[in-house]
Ligand binder design. Sequence first.
Ligand SMILES: Nc1ncnc2c1ncn2[C@@H]1O[C@H](COP(=O)(O)OP(=O)(O)OP(=O)(O)O)[C@@H](O)[C@H]1O
Ligand SMILES: [Mg+2]
Length: 347
Amino acid sequence: MSYLENIKTAVIKENAVILAIESSCDETAASVIRGGREILSSVISTSMSEHVRFGGVVPEIASRAHTSYISKTVEKAVLEAGITLSDLDVIAVTYGSGLIGALLVGVSYAKALAYSLNIPLVPVSHIRGHVSAGYLSSKELKPPFICLLASGGHTAIIEVKDYYTYNVLGGTLDDAAGEAFDKVARVLGLEYPGGPNIERLAREGSNVIELPKMLKGKKGYDFSYSGLKTAVINYCHQKVQKGEDFNKADVACSFQCSAIDVLVEKTLNALKDKGFKVLSVGGGVAANGYLREKLEKECKKRGYTLVLPEKKLCTDNACMIGAEGYLQYLNGNFAGLDLNAQAFVKL
Ligand SMILES: Nc1ncnc2c1ncn2[C@@H]1O[C@H](COP(=O)(O)OP(=O)(O)OP(=O)(O)O)[C@@H](O)[C@H]1O
Ligand SMILES: [Mg+2]
């Protein structure tokens, strides 16, 4: 009997202990999750400091870092959870979307471990993981609800119909929100990743620079960030060319307001139009303090329930992969040893 044929006969346990592995970008992360919603441990090793001087993640550097971090990261996650490998019921691993060489490290490691322990291997979509972060932060969160997903590569408003069925109401037509934060940060001379640095600088500035409002006020739930990004870049370059001083903190604050206000507006429209009262958020941009405060205020005003995962559950982590992996496990979505990494997977 092959590994997969044998594993398919495994009894599904409601309180399954899952080891989740995430290696899609620069974070090598491992986490142990029980019953889909309880975090027993979370360990994140990152090669970010090695990428800063290049202004973005260098795939080969990230892949090499994963190979040197992965064993120690997994060992630490198991130790911190207070268990041993033999207590594990499932291994969940991000198989896409992401950097292919980086993903392959996690996928190969997860395959070998699942095979050696003779337990199910569950393939997880990174983006679905961002949505499932909400289940870790609120034990009461159950579909249907609306999820605002805003990360380095994705920006979308999703109707989560049930645990497995998503209806994407709108998304970005060009750049993702996080990508725009990173590109604007670069022009302002701030280090990668730009989001947290823009947020920090914006606190010292005011929203006084007129910037395009993108698709604000327009019907539908789509976004467009490339015009806003170009407007900020042009503003800074023109000031430099004319030899005029400009206040970088004001640029950061004005950009942040333009980028975030439209996310909030369209998300609230979606909730109202579709008759939803529960909102969850996910993705690195959801760690933005201005976005979080604004959503808290607006949801409170309207009597909506807002699920705001802790900031460390919004940026890349393995806990969210464990939460989504649990759902896939319950559905019997097991992979064989032929599981491969994929640069792009559908939501
Ligand atoms: N406080 C913040 N404010 C705004 N943006 C932020 C903040 N913190 C992180 N980000 C942005 O979030 C992005 C990283 O998020 P995440 O790790 O989810 O993206 P990713 O994994 O690279 O992309 P994806 O999840 O779409 O594949 C970066 O673009 C970063 O600048
Ligand atoms: Mg991500």
